[in-house]
Design a protein around this ligand. Sequence first.
Ligand code: FAD
Length: 458
Amino acid sequence: MSHASVDVVVVGAGAAGMSGAVALAGLGLQVVLLDEQGSPGGQIYRGITLAPLSRRDMLGPDYAQGNVLAQALGASTVRYEKGAAVWQVTRDHQVSYLRDGRLHTLQAKAVLLATGAMERPFPISGWTLPGVMSAGAAQILLKSSGLAPSEPVVLAGCGPLLYLLGWQYLRAGVPIKALVDTTRPEDYWRARRHLFAALRAWPYLRKGLDLMRSLRSAGIAHYTGAEQLAIEGSEAATALTFSVSGKAQRVATRCVLLHQGVVPNIQFSQSLRARHHWDIDQLCFSPVLDPWGEMDVPGVYVAGDGAGIGGAQAAALQGQLTALGIARQLGKITDAERDQQAGPLRETLAANLRIRPFLDALYQPKEQNRIPADEVMVCRCEEVTAGQLRQFVALGCTGPNQAKSFGRCGMGPCQGRMCGLTVTEVIAKARGVSAAEVGYYRIRPPIKPITLGELAGE
Ligand SMILES: Cc1cc2nc3c(=O)[nH]c(=O)nc-3n(C[C@H](O)[C@H](O)[C@H](O)COP(=O)(O)OP(=O)(O)OC[C@H]3O[C@@H](n4cnc5c(N)ncnc54)[C@H](O)[C@@H]3O)c2cc1C
């Protein structure tokens, strides 16, 4: 066990964490950057420093951009610790992590949480069968090890990451049997009012259009407005069934990749009992922050997708802005210096975020894919179905924390990460109240699994 003091601990070496840590070090602060992965990059730039050139090329130019951040990190005075799984952050800035089987604790003056996003659960019938994965998990295999399915896949759901994976699979030569898109004509209608702002973010929009064009010109069967998605199979997935305009469809496949957007990873901010709000556009909880990214827990800041989904470039800018806020708090710069340096960053950030309302409206996940039928598994760790949750509500359960006592829901190894949002929404619908009123799991450390032996070492 080791104990040491530093100015700032940054948790997460993605776009936000890397740029925030480099900026903090540039402002004269002593910084430790912790990440459980084996190399810097986070989700979008996962494995960027290790990927062979051929893989970088296959993953596209956005991926390759991560190298600039990783090089800046390497050239800075930041102490980057890879393979460091942070399992606890306290309100008085102690950060505990496990690395190479040993426990370490750092005492910081400020903490920057840059733990990014997670994929939204996609609880439909059959989603726990072997052969069904999330598109993000499939992309992790591609980025970190160059692994891809050997037989034709079906991509189902909606959102930029789903289409990006399709495009990357095309470049990798992975056969795609069908793209089953849940986006309906009325979604375009709803998003239409944000089109003007989106057009002002034309490079983003063009990128998305190019992705879709590539998928179409590759001749992949493309279904749009898909409803009633379900996966067939007893021992493993054998087909995806759905309906389009009331007509039943079935695509035989042994590999279904599901995706319907990403949501902030709020495990740490929740464990710190910080205030959160329910975002009615992104349909998720995010921490309430001041203009510099500080929560209502003094000295604990959040930047990047963990603060609300904005994408990699916005995350990097938020990392820099937060660094200015922290440097001001720790007396390294004056208010005037902070505000002057923040001005251009805020302008670029606002330009980067212009596309979001359009994307949020267009790819808002459908209720039928968020609030499942009774027989569908919600908590995969403890095997609790939506029907059981509804029974708990009938017996007086008012929220996710009581669902734990009623049926161990959310008490498995994932600590509720996979089911949290679904549990909130199922209970809210069953009670006829808002998700904000129902709230989220009361998250407690350890945030990452840790053995008693490891803990006893401390
Ligand atoms: C699976 C997935 C794949 C994605 N792929 C893309 C993509 O290809 N292109 C794109 O534009 N957007 C992608 N996104 C969206 C993407 O997350 C962001 O836009 C961008 O990466 C956000 O940057 P960030 O710095 O906020 O977080 P991230 O890049 O997610 O970085 C967060 C980092 O925190 C670390 N971390 C989290 N918890 C802990 C802990 N307890 N201990 C230690 N370390 C921890 C993680 O290992 C990670 O490295 C993806 C999202 C997901 C969920």
